[in-house]
Ligand binder design. Structure first.
Ligand SMILES: NC(=O)c1ccc[n+]([C@@H]2O[C@H](COP(=O)([O-])OP(=O)(O)OC[C@H]3O[C@@H](n4cnc5c(N)ncnc54)[C@H](OP(=O)(O)O)[C@@H]3O)[C@@H](O)[C@H]2O)c1
Length: 288
């Protein structure tokens, strides 16, 4: 089986690596903060001290990183960035959600090393990764996609292949706008239900059987029931809405999207980078 190189073991990366291990893949990994990968090393993954070490041990390398700064550090800007080891046999599969223009630039720049690049943003969260039910949108050369799709299918249920560079990230950013609006709407409905004295189990049964149901109604319900992390940080949500603003130019003509961005930014202002995407619940409670 292909040895997989993995860089970035945050909320999503960790869950996908666990899934790959459960499917029998050998994974060699690097993360900026080693202790954040400790649980994976306990499961039998091989630790690499730098991105360069990952590229020495694996041809297929996944990135699952916060955004542009992290990507730049891992690929280009340090003594141990991947660029020092990249060759024609390497393929970078980028799980991160990044700007479409940046994806096109990465593809072109990596091609100078002969290295292939696939955009592979996903949806479905850590839960979907664990269950192998993520949805992926993929752009890049068809032959490269064909070569590696078996590995990608180890953690996905649905794959939409769109070919043209930048297009997968464009679709993902628009999908994230819908996710963000849906999540905030679900939180407002559930928060209001609680205030009106409705219990969560009854709301779950009613809303998830009626047309109020959505994937993000379930995310909000799960957060309310467990009061544990939803495995998506507020910083990731704010980044997603910032990417949408940057790509579209302005959200001024899209009031729902603009308001979603403002609400996540306000929540981030209160809860900071360690906050959860569902902390809007707490903000509503404080203000009511
Ligand atoms: N969470 C989800 O459910 C989900 C779903 C779909 C798409 N995504 C996308 O997947 C990507 C990862 O999301 P996540 O939720 O896993 O994020 P996360 O939990 O915040 O993890 C971010 C990862 O990036 C690394 N990183 C951050 N800044 C870095 C830097 N300057 N240099 C090197 N490494 C750096 C972090 O390393 P440290 O451990 O050292 O901080 C960590 O491994 C994002 O692009 C997100 O939009 C996430």
């Amino acid at each position: 089986m292909t040895t997989i190189g993995w860089i970035g073991t945050g909320n999503l990366g960790k869950a996908i690596v666990e899934r790959l291990l459960s499917q029998g893949y050998q994974v060699v990994l690097y993360n900026r903060t080693k202790k954040n990968a400790a649980s994976l090393l306990d499961l039998g993954d091989t630790w690499c001290d730098s991105p360069v070490e990952v590229a020495k041990q694996a041809q297929l390398i996944f990135l699952c990183l916060t955004g542009p700064q992290a990507t730049d550090t891992i690929l280009w800007s340090t003594q141990t960035s991947l660029k020092h080891q990249l060759q024609a046999h390497h393929c970078i599969v980028d799980i991160s959600t990044i700007a479409p223009d940046m994806a096109i630039e990465l593809s072109n720049r990596l091609n100078e090393y002969g290295t292939s690049y696939l955009e592979c943003p996903v949806s479905g969260g850590a839960q979907g990764a664990s269950a192998g039910t993520l949805a992926a949108i993929i752009a890049g050369p068809q032959a490269v996609f064909d070569k590696y799709q078996t590995v990608i299918q180890a953690f996905t249920l649905q794959v939409t292949y769109v070919g043209e560079a930048g297009k997968a990230q464009k679709l993902k950013i628009l999908n994230n706008m819908a996710e963000s609006i849906n999540l905030l709407g679900a939180i407002e409905v559930l928060s209001t239900g609680c205030k009106l004295g409705l219990d969560v189990a009854t709301m779950e049964q009613a809303f998830m059987s009626c047309r109020g149901r959505s994937a993000y109604m379930q995310v909000a319900l799960d957060f309310l029931k467990s009061n544990e992390t939803s495995h998506v940080g507020l910083d990731v949500r704010c980044k997603d809405m910032a990417l949408a603003t940057e790509h579209i130019g302005s959200l001024a003509h899209l009031p729902m999207s603009q308001l979603a961005k403002q609400l996540f930014d306000t929540t981030y202002g209160q809860f900071g980078p360690k906050g959860d995407q569902c902390d809007y619940f707490e903000l509503l409670t404080r203000h009511n």
